[in-house]
Design a protein around this ligand. Structure first.
Ligand code: ARG
Length: 272
C-alpha cells in the first residue's frame, strides 16, 4: 500500500538467541554494530525514496531479539491494529510492547490470543484498490485468522482476505516470498505456495515470478516506497532489470546480518 507511515524498531537488542526458522544457524553470531549500520542505511534509504513517507520508531526490549522485525507486530487498517499472536514462545513477549506502542500512538488494538498470527509478515495488502489482504497460512499463521481479521478490521468498506498456503520451510512468512509493488502487480516466488494459492493470487494481481536464486536472497522481502524498491543485494540484476522496465527503480542494500535471522528489509518495517 502507498504507506504514509512506516514503523521500525531499532536493533538495540538484536541477536541470535534461539532458532525458529531454517535460516537461524546458532553457530553464526550476529554483529550488532553492523546490524545497526545496515538498519540505519535502510531507514535512510526509505526516507530518501520519498517525501511522502515518514519513519516512526518503536523501542526494542531486552530478551526479545526479534522485535527488530516490526513487520510481525500487527496488520493495520485505518486506526485499527490487529496484533500478532506469535506462534513461538520465544517471540510471544513482543506483543505486550507493540500493544503499548500502538495504544500510545492512537491506534485501537484488536486481535485474538487463541489464533496464531504473525502480523504483516503474514498479511499484505494488494490487488485492485489494495482491497485484498493476502494472508500467509501454515508455518506461523493459522487459517482461522482470516475470519477473525475480516471481522475485527471491518470498517464498512469492501475488502477481503485470502489464505495463501506456504509450503517451503525457507519461506515461512508470506513476506519472504510475495511482495505487492502497487495495486496491480506483485513479485512472487511461486513455489513457496501450493498450486491453488498460486492460482488464487493470479486472480487478484498480476505476478512477476522471481527465480529461486533471487528468492533465496530475500528478493521478495522488499520495501516499496512509491516507485523505489529497496531490497537486499542480489547476485544477478535480472529482477532489477525487469522491474526497471515497468518503471520501478531498485535500490540494493546490505541486509546480511538480518538474513542470519531469516529476515531482510521488509521484515524490519511495518506500514501503518
Ligand atoms: N527470526 C524471526 C522469526 O523467525 C524473523 C522474522 C522475519 N520477519 C518477517 N516478517 N518475515 O520469527
Amino acid at each position: 500500500m502507498a504507506a504514509k507511515r512506516i514503523l521500525m524498531c531499532r536493533p538495540t537488542h538484536f541477536e541470535l538467541k534461539y532458532s525458529i526458522n531454517p535460516w537461524m544457524d546458532m553457530r553464526r553470531g550476529v554483529n550488532r554494530q553492523k546490524a545497526m549500520q545496515q538498519w540505519e542505511a535502510l531507514r535512510q534509504g526509505i526516507e530518501a525514496a520519498g517525501a511522502q513517507v515518514s519513519v516512526m520508531e518503536a523501542e526494542g526490549a531486552d530478551n526479545l531479539p526479534d522485535m527488530v522485525f516490526a513487520a510481525n507486530a500487527a496488520v493495520v487498517k485505518g486506526n485499527k491494529a490487529y496484533l500478532a499472536n506469535f506462534a513461538h514462545p520465544e517471540r510471544k513477549g513482543e506483543r505486550y510492547f507493540y500493544e503499548q506502542w500502538f495504544t500510545q500512538n492512537g491506534y485501537e488494538c484488536v486481535g485474538d490470543l487463541d489464533i496464531p498470527f504473525e502480523g504483516a509478515g503474514d498479511a499484505l495488502w494488494g490487488g485492485s484498490g489494495y482491497r485484498t489482504l493476502f494472508v500467509g497460512v501454515g508455518p506461523r499463521t493459522d487459517v482461522r485468522a482470516l475470519k477473525d481479521i475480516t471481522t475485527k478490521l471491518d470498517d464498512g468498506s469492501s475488502w477481503k482476505a485470502i489464505g495463501c498456503r506456504l509450503v517451503d520451510p525457507r519461506f515461512y512468512h508470506i513476506d519472504t516470498a510475495f511482495c505487492p509493488l502497487n495495486d496491480q502487480t506483485a513479485i512472487v516466488y511461486p513455489y513457496a505456495f501450493d498450486h491453488i494459492t498460486q492460482h488464487n493470487m493470479r486472480n487478484e494481481t498480476d505476478l512477476i515470478p522471481v527465480s529461486e536464486k533471487d528468492a533465496s536472497s530475500f528478493a521478495c522481502n522488499a520495501v516499496v516506497v512509491g516507485k523505489t524498491v529497496l531490497m537486499h543485494q542480489q547476485k544477478s540484476d535480472e529482477l532489477a532489470n525487469k522491474l526497471e522496465k515497468i518503471g520501478f527503480s531498485v535500490k540494493y542494500l546490505d541486509m546480511s546480518e538480518f538474513i542470519k535471522s531469516g529476515g531482510s528489509a521488509k521484515c524490519c518495517t511495518l506500514a501503518i
